[in-house]
Design a protein around this ligand. Sequence first.
Ligand code: ZN
Length: 442
Amino acid sequence: MAKIIIKNGTIATFGPENKILKDHVLVIDGEKIAQITKAGDAPLVAPGDRILDAQNKLVLPGFINTHTHFYSAFARGLKTKPAKNFTEILNNLWWRLDKKLLLEDVYASALVSCCDAIKKGTTTVFDHHASPGAVKGSLDQIAKATQKVGIKAALCYELSDRDGKTVSAQGITENQQFLERCQSDKSGILKGLFGLHASFTLRDQSLRVAQKVAEEFEAGFHVHVAEDKSDQKITLETSGLPVAERLANLGILGPKTLCAHGIHLSDHELDIIKKHDAIIIHNPQSNMNNGVGTLNLQKLADKDILFGLGTDAMTHNMLEELRSALWLQNNFHKNPSAGFDVVTKSLFINNAEICQRFFPDRVGVLAEGAAADVILMDYRSPTEMTSANVYGHAVFGFSQATVDTTIINGKIVMENKKLRDIDEDAITQWALECSRSLWQRL
Ligand SMILES: [Zn+2]
């Protein structure tokens, strides 16, 4: 099989060894990284092999986004009635928009989002989807987009009782059918979870059915948890229990459950999250934008809870989210040293560990045998970069750099800043037509 040989770059391996390698080559064979070796020991080039010259470039593992919503792409610039709190954000914007999405909007918004992700070096995404007016087949539309672009994706449909019984039943079926499809998917880049909106819009009965379906497929859940105080308030009023306790009692929490946000969880609830080995996903830019509060990452670290970094669709650029997370933690603790370790861990270590619970291959690291999810960034540093300070370069240096090449699962999906096999102009034009029509229907 033809190989991809990346030479002349500075390789930052990340992962536990976290090495900076110069005068080395990285060899991709099939879907895996086959070899990282000194330039002098590089394998002979065979006919058909691709050589990528990474002069003045940094070679990194692709980034992972553990919480986003592709359909949010069509909210950009939409004028809505100003919201005074989180409930009004849902009512004035998201629940107005998602109801009117058609299947073609779902496909188009996923396509443009995936293109943007690979342009930002994001090679794996965990998407959480809602289109109550077009539930059936929506996940197939998103999968069609992720497969076309070639991005690794873990998808789910957000079950909710907010739109009545019919839509709720459709939500269960949609998750079920997609999990079935994923069981037989051989691409290696597509996975399914069972999606749940949030405790406050779900009845016990729906959660019980969801739990049964997920159990049958050994699938995890992707759910918003205590994002705003209102989730706790309504859950307590209707069930008599705080959110995490209720979800745990109904069998929703486990090692493959992604709890997005988790801001308003008590110490007792965090202990419940830890007991079930569930995962919390921090989305700092979204939390700041919605004014819902701040997640204390150090507290999660102290309790040894696995926490990752998502964007909640605010961006597809994980390094932008990383910076925002750092400023937020430092400001929250009023301590300029409070955030660095926990924030960099969330993206560079924990997101890889989270991904590993869903995808079989090692990701988030450049190592022999790991998945060939590799990016090249333009980066010339005025200071020395070592394994001891590479995260500092990430936050203050190459977070501002441009991604040149993105390789996912051994396939070059972007090269010289141009998407391969994708007509970006045509896709953008089509997305514009879809969103115009959507806005008229609102
Ligand atoms: Zn979200």
